[in-house]
Design a protein around this ligand. Sequence first.
Ligand SMILES: C[S@@+](CC[C@H](N)C(=O)[O-])C[C@H]1O[C@@H](n2cnc3c(N)ncnc32)[C@H](O)[C@@H]1O
Length: 246
Amino acid sequence: MKVSNMQNTYTPKIPSFSSNARRTLNGLAPNFTYFFRNDFQWKSFAAYLNRKYNGLNSVNIYNAACSDGTEAFTLAISLISKLGKDAAKKFFPIKAHDINESLIVDAKSGIVPLLPFPYSLVDLYMIKLKTLFRDSRYMTFMKHNGKRSVKINDEIRRNIDFKAGNIFSEINNMERKNSVIMTRNMWMYLGDSGQERLAKRLGERFDESCLVTIGEYDVNASRAVELLEKNGFEKTYVGNVFEKMK
Ligand SMILES: C[S@@+](CC[C@H](N)C(=O)[O-])C[C@H]1O[C@@H](n2cnc3c(N)ncnc32)[C@H](O)[C@@H]1O
């Protein structure tokens, strides 16, 4: 499923104003995240996973740099709503980690605060609300510690195992086959030598049954694409998803 084999390739289209604004905000707030982050085609990705791993009983999904859990919750909702509960089962539990322990406490609680000011200025707050309305059966609005928040329903929460961890040690425990490693919007925080080290470890550890995903911020503000390609990965037809080559 290389990009060169596909007639219709997809590149996420994001308006340049909000793209630049988000980039600035991500620089200011390293934990920044939101539901259904729109640098990624969540439902196309679910369909792609279903096709790629057709016939397997179990697939390993590792969500590195999961922040407050929003990304793993988004993926679990996308898998269940696109594939149905039975077909989604083989991708669970999603194994999620973040280097920041307090974020993992939040993630485990399943209560996610909505985006605060100043993010609301660049419409992200509305994006979050719109996506919540669309998939509202998986979440409930509530106030938590005085902040407007959502509570993720147990049907979604039970499909994710959260823990604190650094990707450089976590990678040693990941299965080498049939694995999907989500490293989205984290590369720029690793510095130049950390980025080179991560790409090399991903290239060494995983075989051609594996995928790596990145985010828009990685594309704009890090060397993730160049380094993944240098270490044996190629773009697929789903934007920001890379496949390991033989
Ligand atoms: C901008 S957030 C990305 C959140 C989410 N992946 C997304 O794309 O919306 C970056 C996250 O990377 C985490 N992080 C930074 N270095 C890390 C490392 N070495 N291992 C694991 N997580 C790391 C930070 O704690 C932060 O939560």
